[in-house]
Design a protein around this ligand. Structure first.
Ligand SMILES: [Cu+2]
Length: 137
């Protein structure tokens, strides 16, 4: 009779994660979930938050109706930090398509504080944009 210990299962899991490389959806935590008309927009990362310095993230677009990935074409993500008495600090993300309705991006922040985030898209699922606030810790 074969015995499989929980420890060996855990070891296999770690090995599988190594072999497949980058983080899978299950390992990502939501930073922000936003409904934009017929679309749900999710901003995710491994830590579930943005911090000062360079950040990697995933943007997911799904249909509100059936939950399926929505091909939104070209995606842009820009951030602004309003600062009293001076021009707002702006930072844009580099965003690359990863899978239908799924995009990978990076963005850098020189300091912490709340960012006004604008996500805009233009493609087969239509053209649109949404705004929300994300704290940079
Ligand atoms: Cu600032």
């Amino acid at each position: 009779m074969m015995r499989i210990s929980w420890r060996s299962i855990a070891v296999l899991g770690v090995l599988a994660a190594w072999l497949t490389g980058s983080a899978t959806a299950a390992e990502l935590k939501p930073i922000k979930t936003q409904k934009a008309k017929a679309l749900n927009v999710r901003l995710l990362s491994e830590s579930g938050q943005w911090k000062q310095g360079k950040n990697s993230f995933v943007l997911e677009f799904t249909s509100v109706k059936d939950g399926k990935p929505a091909d939104v074409g070209t995606v842009r993500l820009n951030t602004a930090m309003p600062m009293p008495g001076m021009a707002p600090m702006l930072a844009g993300a580099t965003v690359e398509p990863d899978a239908p309705g799924r995009y990978r991006g990076t963005i850098s922040f020189p300091d912490n504080g709340d960012r006004q985030v604008t996500v805009a898209w233009d493609g087969p699922a239509g053209k649109g944009s949404t705004k929300f606030t994300v704290p940079v810790r």
